[in-house]
Design a protein around this ligand. Structure first.
Ligand code: NAP
Length: 259
C-alpha cells in the first residue's frame, strides 16, 4: 500500500517503535493520527518537520474499555487507511510473582484494545474496499519461554487473531500485516532483564527502532502479510515453530528456579 497521503492511525506513537514508524511515514508524506496518552507538542513539531502534512493527537488511554470506547468515538469521523495497533505492555517473571493487576492491564492493552480498535475501523475500510490493519505481535507469540507466560499469551493471541482475520478479509480490498517482532532497543526491551533475568538468560541482541521502522515501512509498501525476523532469531523462530520440543529442551538449559 502506498503511504504518501495515507491516513494512518498509530497507537503508542509517542516513543519506541511507534514513534520511529510515525517519523518514517511522516517522511513519506502520510497524514498521522497519534493515539497517545498525552498531547506532546514537541512530537507533533518533529513529525511535521519530518514531512507529515497533518499530525493530530487523539489523547487516549487503552487501559480500560471506557478509554477505548472514547477513542473509537473520536476516530469515527476519520477515514483511516492504515491502523497500526502498536501500543503494548510487557509483563514477566514466574507467574505467581507477576502482580495480577499488571496482567489484567497488559491483556487489556495488548489484545482487548487491539481487537476493539480493529472491530471499530474495519466497517469503513470494507465499505471503501481499502485498508490495512497492522498488528504488533512478537517472537514471544511463537517462541514460548518460561517467565513470558502472560506476555506470550497476549502476543500469541494477536497472531491468532490476525491470521483468522486475514482469511476473512480475502478479496475485500482490506489486508492485514502481523509483525513478529524480535528484540528492538526500546524502553520495553530494557525492562526484560529486570522482569525475567532472575530466572532465565535474557536476549541481548537488538535492532534500533529506526531500522525496524524502515523494515515495517517496506512491509507496508510491498504488501507483506507477515514480517518475520531474520538471522539467528529467525532460525530460532523456525525451530520453535516446527520443532517445539527441541526448542523447549534448548530453552530448559537457560532457565533456573530455586525450589
Ligand atoms: N521492543 C521489543 O523488543 C519488542 C519486541 C516484540 C514486540 N514488541 C511490541 O512492540 C510494541 C511497541 O513497543 P516498544 O518496544 O516500542 O515499547 P515502548 O517504548 O515501551 O512503547 C510502548 C508504547 O505503548 C504505549 N502504551 C502502553 N500502555 C498504554 C495505554 N494504557 N494506553 C495507550 N498507550 C499505551 C506507551 O505509551 P506511554 O508512553 O504513555 O506509556 C508507548 O507509546 C508493543 O506492542 C510491544 O509488545 C516490542
Amino acid at each position: 500500500m502506498e503511504t504518501k497521503s495515507a491516513n494512518i492511525l498509530i497507537t503508542g506513537a509517542n516513543r519506541g517503535i511507534g514513534k520511529a514508524v510515525a517519523k518514517r511515514l511522516a517522511e513519506d508524506g502520510a497524514h498521522l493520527f497519534l493515539a497517545i496518552r498525552k498531547y506532546d507538542a514537541a512530537l507533533v513539531a518533529e513529525l511535521k518537520k519530518a514531512g507529515a502534512p497533518e499530525v493530530e493527537v487523539i489523547e487516549s488511554d487503552l487501559s480500560t474499555r471506557a478509554g477505548v470506547d472514547s477513542l473509537v468515538d473520536k476516530i469515527s469521523r476519520l477515514k483511516i487507511d492504515i491502523l497500526f495497533n502498536n501500543a503494548g505492555l510487557l509483563t514477566g517473571g514466574l507467574l505467581e510473582e507477576q502482580p495480577i493487576d499488571d496482567i489484567y492491564n497488559m491483556l487489556q492493552v495488548n489484545i482487548n484494545a487491539l481487537v476493539h480498535l480493529t472491530h471499530a475501523v474495519l466497517p469503513q475500510m470494507l465499505k471503501r474496499k481499502k485498508g490495512l490493519i497492522i498488528n504488533h505481535s512478537s517472537v514471544s507469540g511463537i517462541m514460548h519461554l518460561p517467565c513470558a507466560s502472560t506476555y506470550a499469551a497476549s502476543k500469541s493471541a494477536v497472531l491468532a487473531f490476525t491470521n483468522c482475520l486475514r482469511q476473512e478479509l480475502k478479496n475485500t480490498g482490506v489486508r492485514t500485516l502481523v509483525l513478529i517482532t524480535p528484540g528492538i532497543k526500546t524502553r520495553m526491551f530494557d525492562k526484560i532483564e529486570d522482569l525475567y533475568g532472575k530466572n532465565i538468560e535474557t536476549p541481548k541482541d537488538t535492532i534500533p527502532p529506526e531500522k525496524y521502522a524502515e523494515m515495517i515501512r517496506e512491509a507496508i509498501v510491498e504488501n507483506l502479510e507477515v514480517l518475520n525476523p531474520s538471522g539467528l532469531t529467525g532460525a530460532a523462530l523456525q525451530v520453535a515453530r516446527y520443532l517445539p520440543s527441541v526448542f523447549e529442551r534448548a530453552v530448559g538449559f537457560k532457565f533456573k528456579r530455586s525450589l
